[in-house]
Design a protein around this ligand. Sequence first.
Ligand SMILES: [Fe+2]
Length: 292
Amino acid sequence: MFILAHLSDLHMELRPRLLELAGKRGLGYINRHCGRKYIHRRETLDAITRDVKANAPDHIVVTGDLVNLSLPIEYAAARAWLETLGPPHDVTVIPGNHDAYVPAALGGPEKAWSGYMHGDDGVAAGMFPFVRRRNGIALIALSSGLPTGPFMATGLVGDAQLGRFAQALDETSGLFRVVLIHHPPQSPPNRRLRRLVDGAKFRQVLAAHGADLVLHGHDHCRTVLWVDGPNKKIATVGAPSASARTAHRHENAAGYNLFQIGMEDNTWRCELVARERSPDGGVIEVERQVLF
Ligand SMILES: [Fe+2]
């Protein structure tokens, strides 16, 4: 049995200097402080982190939006948090749109979180996808985070990365293939400004080359949706924010998912265990579902 923990969307923010709030960063800061500043809390993240560690997963993945405005002080705080979570060998990180919030921030996450964003084969940070293999599990890590205009949070994988993604899926065939991407592969029409722009192409690659599990964040919701694979449907599972003090509009309170993965009769089995912050401040199991 291999236990994989999935966290996402911490939105760690530290007080910026005024000079750092030009353009989209300023709008994002105002937006946050009008509505969301009481939502993402460090003490909530710490409670979730303690619970993750108490469950002793074999590996942890973090699917982006570790920070909020892509400022160097935020990157450094996120790095310090990652080091409390585990060493780079046991923790895999991909960027989200808030980690590449403005063009000047491009390349920042790869530098600040170096080691956590590397493939096993020496592929340098910044080249996506990268692939890690752990006990029969292949983690295929993509980047969909890129700077966008104000009030937009779309993502893009891009044709070049999609080509390498298809190749990585073929090369890891037979392993339990877990695909990591920040944006959900498919969004409803009311999330148009927050969707994965080339989601249809991404799903075509999955349909042609197959995978066992797709893990994403971005929507701050615990969701399980199924997309087409070559022989069977593929589960795409969204994690809530790991720092949300309470449920907020359509979003869940802070939580994370554990996947118990094993081989039975030559077939991969996977059970999802969702854990969430409870009103008394603890973290409890809220859902258990055999995916396959
Ligand atoms: Fe996001």
